[in-house]
Design a protein. Sequence first.
Length: 385
Amino acid sequence: MTRASNFQVVIDGRYIQDHFPGIGRYTYNLIDALTRAAPDERFVVFYNPALRNTRYDIAALARYPNVELHRVNIATFSLAEQYRLPFAIRDLPFAVFHSPYYIKPYFSRTPSIVTLFDVIPLRVPTTVPGWRARQLFRVAATLATRTAARVMVPSQATCDDLIARLHVPREKIVVTPLAADARFAPQSQTEITRVRAKYNLPARYLLSVGVNKPHKNLATLVSALELFAVHSSPFAVPLVIAGAYDPRYPVTTSNLEPRKSEIVFLRDVPDADLPALYAGATVFVFPSLYEGFGLPPLEAMACGAPVVCSNASSLPEVVGDAAVLVDARNVQELGSAIARVLDDAVLRDELRAKGIAQAAKFSWERTARETLNVYKQLANAPMNQ
């Protein structure tokens, strides 16, 4: 027996909230793209209005005739997810349940898909303080990958990690790359000037975007600029570090304190300002040591910023040949690459053109269509699969 060709998917939209900025962006954009890519299919989106969400208008998704918002008063990280959510799922006639996070109902009879972005707690243990927290991740991620019919990941690097670290069968994993939002595009000079004035930035600056976690490698970036003495004086072109601040890692920022007069810290930049902040950068630098995908360099390229990027994990998949790739653990190599791009206007123009073309290869429409293929495979599979 097989399921009908038209089907209904339930997507756990409770992760569209401020606590999950990256996962929330993925979930919202995926749903938005799916509704347009599959107008004949129906998507039920679980949401909990009690969870803080200042970034995304969930109600706007209901403008699509094939979307139904379904309120579930179940908090994320709660035991109720395991005993109440399965009942909420069971009450709806649908073919597939998609969780964008590894904490999902583990013991449900409904065919499910889980998206797992990375295995940072296993690959970069210092990012998750405490042995107990790392073990909890291992147990939860193992349960998620074993109880899901398919596991979606954003890169081949994450796929390889799941095979090596969690022993997930290769045939169970589907790679569906992410994309930059449509607003990330080359900006007008007027908009760039507005954002420079708002944050009191000079005409030339280096930019790095990311939270202050150890694997973002910000201290090495500062050491590289000091060692190489860019333009005969360290920080002659100031470094702007934009991103959220995680109080669990104060040492990451305190290590930069001696240079605080030469570094501009911009915390929680509004989404509306990010494109022009990228576009106005003389060089965008991303020295991260591990990424499940790495949206910042993709966003920077989409905005026309020349990119110097770490060659670690998934990042070469994202930037291709459109960025200067370096071993970001090598202070000399990192500093040299930054100085070379700063000094070479022709190279910067070449990187801008290549970056825009590379970013155009990724789209939420592509992500949605590849995700839809997974839904269809499960929806049309024999009932006993």
